[in-house]
Ligand binder design. Sequence first.
Ligand code: IPE
Ligand code: IPE
Ligand code: MG
Length: 246
Amino acid sequence: MENLDLKRLPKHVAIIMDGNGRWAQEQGQDRLFGHYHGVVSVRKVVEAAAEIGIEFLTLYAFSTENWDRPEAEVTGLMTLFVDTIAKEVPDLHKNNIKLSFIGNLDMLPTSAKQALADATAQTAQNTGLTLIIALSYSSRWELVEATKKIAQKVQNGQLSTDQITEATISENLTTSAFPDPELMIRTSGECRISNFLLYQLAYSELYFTDTRWPEFRKADLVKALLDYQSRERRFGKTSAQVQIDV
Ligand code: IPE
Ligand code: IPE
Ligand code: MG
């Protein structure tokens, strides 16, 4: 953490936690073994983010497309989510962490829906790190839902077509309460977005690491933050303009 500039931290970090299955298979274990170890990384990274002073942390835990995995893996993951939430919420609450879930939560089994609702309600008043878990989430699903909501408002006469701006879209996404992530990290060497926060990542810095998610620790997060701090964010301007603005 030594060289980290605490005044220039991203407010919001989003992570695609990838590589659990390969990590497990590389050691002759089944894929679920990797998911169980992935939970340890979640705990460590949440602790580290809170300690460093990140305000919002979004973790991509399960995509809409992941429903197409073998049934045993999907069932195993759902059990793991419910058990992990039940086990971790007391500590998260003690650490003033506020939990939030985004995604097509209607698709989840009842036990998971109940666990998410309880965790959200229990931590709603907390003022520390906001931990957002993307579950049964896909960005295209989210954009379709936002479009429907906006269309409905136009149809009801609450909004005219001319009044639709970029902010209207942001306000109708599941992430409306959070700022856009300044930094997006993906583990395991894959360099793609996989239907994650397409609108919100428009100007995020992207960081890809070969480290598999079950091996990702605080030091890896710090490395990503240092890399982020070494970049010049130009937002379409020239380097000279950006340096005058600073
Ligand atoms: C990420 O790890 C966790 C989920 C998508 C649920 P993977 O399960 O995708 O692991 P790999 O990519 O197959 O190694
Ligand atoms: C993306 O990982 C989703 C999550 C990490 C939850 P995947 O492993 O499902 O992505 P692809 O299929 O390799 O793009
Ligand atoms: Mg994967």
